[in-house]
Write a protein that binds this ligand. Structure first.
Ligand SMILES: Cc1ncc(COP(=O)(O)O)c(C=O)c1O
Length: 339
């Protein structure tokens, strides 16, 4: 069994850049717990990771951009949905590190100059909205652009799976080591950790908890439907285990992830997620985002109401950030107000 100190030492051996504020806080949410009448709830504040409004991707980019810089890159090519938090954080990190940033974003119902897309442009990334599906199709666009940039004498690094997801899992294995130490300081031993993820974040939580032998079970709430999600999570976790030189291996029985709170599709709000967003700010003064974290909180609330979690449980809710997207959902959120 590894200790959190030894795990942190292993993480420190990988190439990384210093772009975030770590450790992020782990804090109690007593008013939320009381209103829900359920478990003790603590929040791991990855939304407070510092860079450019924070979020889970700052911890992840610590390693992805570390990898890029170690390979001698001077240019980052990235792309995802048009309101991608990952791309917003990458554009800001590139500014901080003196790297050029190219973003190729999939045209969708939120390709508006608000929220993250506005911030990408303010951060002076080279942004283009393209008619390609987020995923394999968009990756082709990114790799073609990288080839073109090479002919111009640049040294591009493409942020894409599976490398990026494996490094994200490294980042959240590290996060678990941090949480293990914070639990000791707080005198708690949570039995659940809930988060919105169907990728590197949850993969890292699974690898980290298993490696440290924590009793905490990671529960993932998917923001998007992916085919073969167990394969994606297992592969990311085990690639991270190899990168970190860990003996632990993750199997499908370690994976708990639900699609039940996505609603109509990725990036479309549900009434329950809007209610969850409002409840958390009303009780704890913490804003969730409507695309990811509010859907995860809607799941946690539902599990409490169904009696799956009760007063004897202690849950950590990992807040993955994403709050700038609130402003891209102005219409839906205004419609939910009684004004
Ligand atoms: C705010 C927020 N939460 C959660 C996620 C999901 O992370 P993962 O890549 O682990 O599925 C993302 C990534 O897109 C995100 O931006």
């Amino acid at each position: 069994m590894e200790t959190s100190e030894r795990l942190i030492q292993k993480v420190e051996q990988l190439p990384q850049v210093n772009i975030g504020h770590f450790p992020t806080p782990l804090e109690a949410c007593p008013r939320l717990s009381e209103v829900l009448g359920g478990p003790r709830i603590f929040m791991k504040r990855e939304d407070c990771s510092g860079l450019a409004f924070g979020g889970n991707k700052v911890r992840q980019l610590t390693f992805t951009l570390g990898d890029a810089v170690a390979q001698g890159a001077d240019t980052i090519v990235h792309g995802a949905a048009s309101q991608s938090n990952h791309c917003r954080q990458a554009s800001a990190a590139c500014g901080k590190l003196g790297l050029k940033c190219y973003l190729r974003l999939a045209r969708d119902h939120k390709s508006i100059l608000q929220g993250n897309l506005l911030l990408d442009n303010l951060a002076d990334a080279d942004v283009e909205i393209v008619d390609a599906e987020f995923g394999a199709e968009l990756d082709v666009v990114k790799y073609e652009l990288a080839e073109k940039l090479k002919t111009q004498g640049l040294k591009p690094y493409v942020v894409a799976s599976p490398r990026s997801t494996a490094l994200a899992a490294v980042a959240f294995t590290w996060c678990i080591a941090e949480i293990a130490q914070q639990q000791q300081e707080l005198g708690i031993d949570a039995n659940w950790i809930y988060t919105c993820s169907v990728g590197g974040t949850q993969a890292g939580l699974i690898l980290g908890t298993k490696t440290l032998g924590l009793r905490m079970q990671p529960y993932g709430i998917a923001p998007i439907r992916w085919e073969n999600k167990e394969d994606r999570l297992r592969t990311a976790a085990n690639s991270a285990a190899e990168l970190l030189d860990l003996e632990t291996r993750v199997t499908d029985t370690d994976i708990q992830n639900t699609d039940d709170y996505i609603g109509q599709a990725y990036g479309y709000l549900t009434p329950e997620c809007i209610d969850a967003l409002k409840l958390v700010v009303k009780t704890e003064g913490i804003f969730l985002d409507p695309v990811y974290t509010a859907k995860a909180m809607a799941c946690l609330i539902d599990h409490i109401r169904q009696g799956k979690l009760g007063p004897d449980d202690t849950v950590i809710f990992l807040h993955t950030g994403g709050t700038p997207a609130i402003f891209a959902y102005q219409e839906e959120l205004v419609a939910s107000l009684q004004v």
